[in-house]
Design a protein around this ligand. Structure first.
Ligand code: ZN
Length: 397
């Protein structure tokens, strides 16, 4: 709680002009059951587990025998999509092998477990045994007195993302603004480049859905390519203002949620009603910015993850701010990919997802950039670099 209180205090010093939401945490808005965060000690076995860190999810833990443990993984609320995130720490007094059963009472295992000793380098565990119903995943862990992180994907909690934003802002002289607060009192931050006249904008969004790390990796690489020190990027950034909102659901990310916010809501289904402070912050910031600068948004990408790489586009319209841009951009990507082309699914221009609103209200060419859970991390970067380059070329034709 003290960290949250500190955040709330810091929030008060932020310029009022950019803050729409109350900076105090209103706990009556929290509609999900929060985990009990603690360290679980098994004295006789000399083994400890912890879910007491950002992005952890471990709902229940029980010992089956001196080397086997059952871990129950439950969602923040229901109904919910099939994205059962888990993350915990484990260590032992001496070297010891243990067996862990992840139990999903009402869901199926999805994410191949990853382990890390430093939170930076991650390794995928390949030896995982699934029950027939896929509601149980079992694997072996080699423990020592050093803490082992075990998680559904690499962990990027809000603090790591805020740190990245700080570095990026310093390195590329970006403006950094708090545009609102999550229900839990965490800042929603927008970064924007300031080398153009501000009339032409490209918008980049991510982390509406907490477990979608592979999409986050693509976003980071995409942004860093657009800001990079190539001739192409330097010319681009003089003509287009980049607006980046990397962490829209910090509460969900830090609570280890499967999908929702503290309100128990899928934020990427709130882009018609705008009942949530997180989505309202993004909407109000973009609308105000466009009006104030008399600007147009030409392209907008919202980064997500799913089972495979896929692009959800809006249906082609002749009256966007740059008709045909999405098609040209997809063609550039497909030329790069050769035989193994990313699937493109036009999913209608209505709907309550971000891309629909960005298209309908801001007349942007907009799409959802989905990255597969298991897409090789090196390829995520390679592809994100390419699509950023294609975008810069298309927008400067
Ligand atoms: Zn998503």
């Amino acid at each position: 709680m003290s960290a949250m209180f500190l955040l709330a205090l810091q929030s008060c010093s932020v310029k009022k002009a950019t803050v729409n939401q109350s900076t105090m945490v209103n706990s009556s808005l929290i509609k999900i059951k929060l985990q009990e965060k603690k360290v679980f000690n098994f004295q006789n076995e000399g083994i400890s587990f912890s879910n007491d860190f950002p992005s952890a999810r471990l709902n229940q833990l029980s010992k089956v025998n001196d080397s086997t443990f059952n871990i129950t993984i439950a969602p923040e609320n229901k109904p919910i999509n099939q994205s059962p995130w888990f993350a915990f720490k484990v260590w032992s007094k001496g070297q010891k092998n243990i067996y862990v059963n992840l139990l999903y009472p009402e869901n199926k295992h999805r994410y191949q477990p990853k382990i890390s000793s430093d939170g930076v380098q991650w390794e995928t565990l390949n030896e995982v045994k699934l029950s027939e119903e896929k509601n149980q995943a079992s694997f072996k862990l080699a423990l020592s007195k050093d803490t082992l992180l075990v998680a559904a994907q690499e962990i990027i909690a809000s603090n790591q993302s805020y740190q990245w934003m700080d570095q990026l802002a310093r390195k590329y002289s970006l403006d950094k603004k708090v545009i609102g607060y999550s229900i839990g009192g965490k800042p929603i931050i927008a970064l924007n480049s300031k080398k153009s006249d501000g009339k032409k904008i490209v918008v980049i969004l991510s982390r509406q859905h907490p477990p979608e790390i592979s999409g986050y990796f693509a976003m980071v690489q995409f942004v860093e390519t657009l800001l990079g020190n190539t001739r192409l990027a330097e010319d681009f950034i003089k003509k287009y203002e980049l607006v980046i909102i990397p962490m829209i659901n910090p509460d969900g990310v830090d609570e280890g949620n499967w999908r929702h916010s503290f309100a128990g809501v899928d934020l990427n289904r709130d882009w018609i009603d705008f009942k949530q402070p997180e989505t309202r912050a993004v909407r109000d910031y973009l609308l105000t910015k466009v009006k104030k600068q008399d600007a147009k948004v030409y392209f907008a990408l919202d980064f997500h993850s799913t089972y495979n790489d896929v692009l959800y586009t809006n249906e082609d319209r002749a009256d966007t701010n740059q008709p045909g841009l999405t098609n040209a951009w997809v063609k550039g990507l497909h030329d790069f990919e050769g035989a193994n082309k990313t699937v493109v699914k036009p999913s209608g221009n209505g709907g309550n997802v971000s891309k629909a609103w960005l298209g309908k209200v801001l007349n942007a060419e907009a799409l959802t950039y989905e990255v597969g859970d298991n897409t090789p991390r090196a390829y995520i970067k390679q592809k994100a670099t390419k699509v950023a380059e294609v975008l810069m070329m298309e927008l400067q034709k």
